[in-house]
Design a protein around this ligand. Structure first.
Ligand SMILES: [Zn+2]
Length: 279
């Protein structure tokens, strides 16, 4: 998962919580500067769509900020709560992978705060230093969640396969929604109409990618909770509940990313339908 909160640019092919959030965030940042561009060419409609965009921008920013704050505060609180098993994140990861007969995935540590992720192309489970060496319930939860992705990969879990297959087109779509507003800015009404359509398609692709990411993340968390309880790495009661709330907070960031991409997709879809009606 990488409850990834940091600003490093990550590879979308990784299953990390940070990826989705950063992707949607970068889209919003890129579009924020182009606020007036995609308003309707007629003055009245332009004001309405401009206000709608502003409202959408504020709502998605607020949602994203809330999800980020929630994951950060929950993680910080429970990274102070040691698990009674005394195991480190790396030890738990090794155990889980061994239990699932996964011997070709290497476990490595990396710098940064919540930079944890699983890289399916390299078959590498990357844990941030604090989770790799840490013995907190938060560290074990994050570590087990990443193992959940490795298990999904081994078992050819369908949503993960779809997500991996969609990485290329999603990369293109995120470039498109970044650059097309520039073209729209210098073009006339005809270009504007095409640009709106391309933006709708681009955000449609991003929205579907975020949608497919949801079962991948929820499933990895469900696997993590189950296996941590089964192996006794996390004790029932307060330890389990704390680990559970860290992973739930992390899942919220993906829900926020999906809602944001859905909002932008619907916005451009409505703009597109409005411009067709004008013809
Ligand atoms: Zn994940």
């Amino acid at each position: 998962m990488g409850i990834g909160l940091e600003n490093c640019v990550r590879d979308p092919k990784w299953t990390t919580i940070g990826t989705s959030r950063l992707l949607s965030q970068s889209i919003r940042q890129k579009n924020a500067g182009f606020l007036p561009i995609f308003t309707h060419p007629s003055p009245v409609c332009g004001v309405i769509s401009g206000n709608m965009y502003l409202l959408l921008f504020i709502l998605t920013m607020a949602l994203s900020a809330y999800a980020a704050w929630r994951v950060r505060s929950t993680y910080n609180r429970y990274s102070q709560m040691p698990a009674s098993s005394g195991l480190t994140g790396a030890q738990v990861a090794r155990r889980i992978l061994d239990l699932n007969h996964i011997s070709d995935v290497e476990i490595v540590s990396t710098r940064g705060h919540l930079t944890d992720h699983y890289d399916p192309s390299a078959k590498r489970l990357v844990l941030s230093d604090e989770n790799y060496h840490g013995t907190s319930v938060a560290a074990l939860g994050v570590s087990a969640h990443e193992c959940g992705h490795a298990i999904q990969h081994q078992q050819l879990y369908a949503p993960l396969q779809w997500r991996m297959a969609a990485v290329g087109i999603t990369g293109i779509a995120s470039q498109i929604v970044m650059w097309v507003p520039l073209i729209g800015m210098f073009g006339g009404a005809l270009v504007w109409k095409w640009a709106i359509m391309i933006m709708a398609i681009g955000f449609g692709v991003l929205m579907l990618f975020q949608l497919v990411t949801l079962p991948v993340e929820f499933d990895a968390t469900a696997r993590a909770k189950k296996i941590l309880a089964q192996t006794g790495a996390v004790s029932p009661g307060p330890e389990y509940d704390a680990m559970s709330s860290v992973l739930s907070a992390a899942a919220l960031t993906y829900v926020a990313a999906f809602i944001s991409s859905l909002g932008y997709f619907l916005y451009y879809l409505m703009q597109m339908m409005g411009s067709n009606r004008d013809d």
